[in-house]
Design a protein around this ligand. Sequence first.
Ligand SMILES: [Fe+2]
Length: 497
Amino acid sequence: MSVECYDEWAGPLQGYTAADHLYGADGPWPKVNTLVRELPAMTKRVPKAHTEDFRVNVVAHYLKTLKSGRVKIILKMLAGDYRLRPVSDVLFSGQLFYGTLSKLLTPVSAEDVAEFPDLLNPEALFDSEGEPTYLKIDTLSMQRLDPLHGIYSAPSLTLFRRDGSDSGTALAIKINGLVLTPEDKNAWELAKYFVLQGALCLITLVTHPRLHFPMDAISAISLTALPRQHVLFKLLAPHTRIQLAINQAVSLQTYSVAHNNQFLPYTPYPGWGNVPIIEEGRGWTGLMTDAFSGIEGNRSYPAYSFPLVPEKIWSDFDTFVRGYYDVIFDFVSAVVRHVDLDDPVVIYWSNAIAAWVTGFPAHERIREGDTFARAISYFIWDVTVAHSADHGAMGHYQQNIFPLRLRAPAPASKTLPPVNRRKLVTFGDTLRNRLCFKMYFGPPQGNEYLYDTWYDFGVPELDDINQTFWRDLKRFDEGITCRRFINLKDIARSINF
Ligand SMILES: [Fe+2]
């Protein structure tokens, strides 16, 4: 299925007119990414209503943070909370095994044994049930960053022994050609900050964007190609709010945090940004290339392919987000029983998305088993639960141990003097961090939620299914026994933060 065939919407199908479509020929549609061709499609003709919604409900939050919010943050920092805090080994692992950061944990494979020959036995990488006994965090993509003057960053590889399904112990950090362990005291302490720096950079610039950008083509095509009265339109449209405008702003606006323009007060990253692209493959677009094209031979950086079910996460974050996926799947399965899979509208919709989104099932595959329900469920889950839970967890991190800028180089020796935290991070660095957390990382801000989404199907049987969905969400929320990364009442209806 080539993109050229779906370069533009083909227009209303037989039996429909332009008036049956929300935007007609002026509707949003995917276009090849103008930063890097291989990245997920951007959107042409983002609807005015969406940019206005973004301006009123999201940009207003940015501006409020920069005005009154900034004063509050500075006062809190001046009251003593501006220094980089020590990170015990328990806190270090605890934060990395919590929520969105735990998405960086991947099982150790036989190829990793050579990295830590004294610590890993190739025969003991998995337990008797096939569960990994070790996990790692590989921040290799940090090599894409060119640090700002006086600021340092470095890729690292951290090895953890699993202590249960949602915790672990850090055994070693490979950085700058050294393998450090807790016995290397000061070098170990310094290395942990580089790991936390890399983890926060990667989660916000590589991993979380995998939830954002591939969904644009699905939203654009659904809003334009599906007739308003179609069940599929009614099911998907509520979950497209703000997303196209927010993703366009992140990619292309010069004030985007991702571009790390140093003239702005809230840009916290350690490396040069990318507008205009300084050099191909460097900076944010380089990190994004790793996010979507992957790094060959590196299992921590798989190439993106639209999944039908949530990808495995090695912590209780998996239990939390996957449980919600199951609720959404039950709901979607009940709704799509009312949709004819061979309806020309469904055929065109699925084939157009498949042309633009790697891995999205084209019509032939949509017809197999529960693929149709899975594809829709994954989209709804991605833009609601998965996205909001990422930001919810980000709002829980202990911000004063996460430096995004470090003013000393990564350890070059196992023997170092004690870490001078006062010189490692400045007041200004911390202020940028705090503003960025409040504006972009978490906790999330929003005003329309999943738990009371009314799809307005207008058919009693489907409206009943809608109400059952509300009850099932509430029942699942009340029955959660793992850690809670976001409250149901705060899970947004769409990507809006
Ligand atoms: Fe987000």
